[in-house]
Write a new protein. Structure first.
Length: 347
């Protein structure tokens, strides 16, 4: 039984990771196509997102692995032989816990250590990208607005000599004055003092007030535009990226809610594994998928109630001392009721 559960868990976990990779990857690629995220950062941000999601993926994996294995036993009438031999349904608690407890311990270690680390590194990486200059994140074929919103860049490609940009467009606004610069080629020049300059070659510059005809035309062989460097910003301390030890010493409701959320993952892993045992019952008169639908519904309700409890604790509407214990106790009581119900003689 443990070998079957391990095989099912490996397959389910792989499928969940692939689904998350495709969905989150498509979202990040869309942001990269729009210029909101640098294209070279998609892989790193996707990796951090997957690492932060591993604990909950393990909880989902355990639940559906136990549910699938025992559903197969009900469907193939192996459970009927088990019950006819005088073994109660509660005898499955020990082998299921043997499989679920190690997975819950791994989820606890990951949620208390790996998840905050991944969240912190993801935020650091995002803010490092945000502090780059405007041209560092410029993608060919897209209009890019500067961080100060007073300049717009566009390049066609990087097919110039030495990787220089070709067909460059720069529009800048200064008070009521508008300046449009077009150049056949350009590159970025780095000075020893750290100053960066955009060097444009063989182009024209149009200056004037929008709506007036008295524009000034300047042709040049070389023109230089200073690139405004963004101010450096320290990583903002977000609750998701704080170490668990710091959360334990904090008195802020948001920090307490985050810590309770991290401890809820391994607890939910064990409770969901136990809940899957009675939910795996298959009634031939109802259909083979009815129990799966009910299991998915109960799992969604449980997860949503956990999220709602975290929001209440962070807002101060629910005491941190109470936490999620009423919710966990309610799920444990529901599991006990379902065990007693399935233990009744079936008519």
């Amino acid at each position: 039984m443990l070998r079957e559960l391990a095989g099912l868990a490996a397959g389910i976990f792989f499928v969940l990771v692939m689904i998350m990779t495709v969905t989150r990857g498509a979202k990040l690629l869309g942001l990269a196509a729009s210029g909101s995220v640098a294209s070279e950062s998609v892989a790193a941000l996707l990796g951090f997102t997957l690492l932060a999601s591993v604990p909950w993926l393990l909880a989902v994996t355990v639940f559906f692995a136990v549910l699938s294995a025992l559903t197969r036993m009900w469907r193939d009438h192996e459970m009927a032989v088990w019950l006819a031999a005088g073994q109660p349904l509660t005898a499955w608690i020990r082998p299921v816990l043997t499989f679920a407890v190690p997975m819950a311990l791994v989820a606890a270690l990951l949620s208390l250590g790996l998840t905050p680390w991944a969240q912190l590194r993801s935020r650091e990486y995002r803010e490092q990208l945000a502090t780059r200059d405007d041209l560092s994140s410029l993608a060919p074929g897209l209009f890019k607005e500067s961080s100060s919103t007073d300049r717009v860049y566009f390049i066609e490609n990087f097919a110039g000599q030495g990787g220089a940009a070709r067909n460059i467009f720069v529009q800048s606004m200064n008070a009521d004055q508008q300046a449009i610069t077009v150049a056949a080629e350009g590159y970025v020049l780095n000075h020893p003092d750290g100053e960066r300059v955009l060097v444009l070659q063989h182009g024209r510059r149009y200056e004037g007030v929008p709506g007036h005809a008295d524009y000034r035309l300047i042709e040049f062989n070389e023109s230089r535009i200073r690139i405004q460097e963004p101010s450096w910003r320290a990583v903002s301390p977000q609750t998701e990226g704080k170490p668990s030890y710091d959360l334990l010493r904090s008195a802020l409701p948001e920090d307490k809610a985050e810590l309770i959320w991290r401890f809820a993952i391994p607890i939910a892993t064990i409770l969901l594994a136990m809940l899957a045992v009675p939910l795996a019952y298959v009634n031939p008169r109802v259909g083979r998928t009815f129990n799966l639908i009910m299991a998915g519904l109960l799992f969604s309700i449980y997860l949503n109630l956990i999220n709602m409890s975290v929001s209440w604790i962070a807002a101060g509407r629910l005491p941190a001392v109470v936490g999620m214990w009423p919710l966990h106790c309610a799920v444990a009581a529901l599991t006990w009721v379902l065990f007693r119900w399935r233990a009744r003689p079936q008519s």
